[in-house]
Design a protein around this ligand. Structure first.
Ligand code: KG4
Ligand code: ZN
Length: 346
């Protein structure tokens, strides 16, 4: 029997990025992301503004994804969309669009769990040889909304080993950046200013958690706030004069917490294949420290290409493709947007 190519159109709209991608099997033909700049001045995502911007963006973004991929809608095998977790109003825009488009083309609709997609982005075809983790592996998923250590047993079998009890790692970056007066999202800016700073200039405390694989970042954020308040009282120009050292120290503090948890997870599970996923995995310091530690500890680490770390539809597409070829059957409830969805739920 001749193998037929599968073409998936994928749609992601869970937070503040509207994205559409076209995949031919596990290869990405296009991956268009429209960022919503409207949130910058508010210091965080405003849900009502996000859903309105998704409505404006979704049709042109899908059109651009199809055009760039040089694929006609009639060639599509299925449509994959983010079912959750995320902001309800944002999810509804992608869900409604995907449902209607799939119905009009009379092709299958495949729901995708956003957290699984961040992890399975590692299975997108790239030119690098041997770059795919083998099961079971540990994923540290670090984004603006989530921080989890997950044991991945197969494409569709996930087990949470630990997660944050308060803020996510991305929030620790973004809230610290806000304290410094930087615009949202501040994570990439802290990364940028940290490049020329001294990571040991200002040590921040490592918070304790009841479960040793859980995370806590709210105490870290409070420590940054108190530190800045104290120093700007003494010198109003403290931030301006020391921005690079402050950013490098904050970044080093967050990365140290993350690496310590990975080490604990490796010791507890005996699994030494580590993948990182989610927006914060774009951070240059975590990439650097993870590679260095892996050499010392004999870990095998998997770091996703930059374009598949922050929210994007290509990662939704790869899960759509894997579900399609594995004949994954969803009941109709799975086609409803769901604001809360655990990584274990298919
Ligand atoms: O996965 P993502 O795009 O969206 C969510 O699902 O939350 O992650 C966004 C988060 C934001 O908190 C952003 O500041 C952070 O990822 N981020 C970074 C970097 N790039 C994005 N944090 C630190 N360093 C970076 N280079
Ligand atoms: Zn995400």
């Amino acid at each position: 029997m001749q193998n037929k190519d599968i073409y998936i159109l994928a749609i992601e709209s869970s937070c503040d990025d509207t994205s559409a991608a076209v995949l031919k099997n596990d290869k990405v033909l296009s991956n268009i992301v429209a960022n919503q700049e409207v949130h910058q001045k508010y210091g965080g995502v405003v849900p009502e503004l996000a859903s309105r911007a998704h409505q404006q963006n979704i049709v042109p973004v899908v059109q651009q994804a199809l055009e760039q991929a040089k694929i006609k809608k009639e060639q599509l095998s299925a449509i994959a969309f983010t079912r959750g977790p995320g902001l309800m109003g944002s999810l509804l825009v992608g869900t409604s669009f995907a449902t209607t488009f799939a119905m009009s083309l009379d092709i299958p609709l495949i729901d995708v769990n956003h957290m699984q997609a961040h992890i399975l982005a590692h299975f997108i075809k790239t030119d690098a040889p041997n770059d795919k983790p083998k099961f079971p592996f540990i994923s540290l998923t670090i984004s603006g909304g989530h921080t989890q250590l997950v044991q991945v047993n197969s494409y569709f079998d996930f087990k949470i080993l630990g997660e944050t009890t308060d803020d996510a790692a991305g929030e620790a970056f973004d809230k610290s950046a806000k304290i410094l007066g930087l615009p949202y999202p501040g994570g990439p800016l802290i990364d940028k200013y940290a490049k020329n700073g001294n990571p040991e200039a200002y040590p921040f405390p490592i918070p304790k958690t009841k479960n040793e694989l859980d995370f806590s970042f709210s105490g870290f954020k409070t420590a940054v706030l108190r530190f800045i308040q104290k120093n700007t009282k003494e010198n109003p120009d403290f931030i301006k004069e020391n921005l690079e050292d402050i950013c490098a120290s904050i970044q080093n503090g967050i990365v140290t917490i993350l690496l310590k948890k990975i080490e604990k997870a490796v010791n507890l599970t005996g699994i030494n294949q580590i993948a990182i996923a989610g927006g914060v995995s774009a951070n240059s310091e975590i990439r650097k420290q993870l590679i260095n530690t892996s050499k010392i500890k004999n870990w095998q680490v998997f770091i996703p290409p930059f374009e598949y770390t922050t929210d994007n539809a290509a990662m939704i597409g790869i899960v759509g493709y894997l579900k399609f070829i594995n004949d994954f059957k969803a009941n109709e409830n799975n086609h409803l947007a769901t604001a809360r969805l655990k990584v274990e739920e298919n």
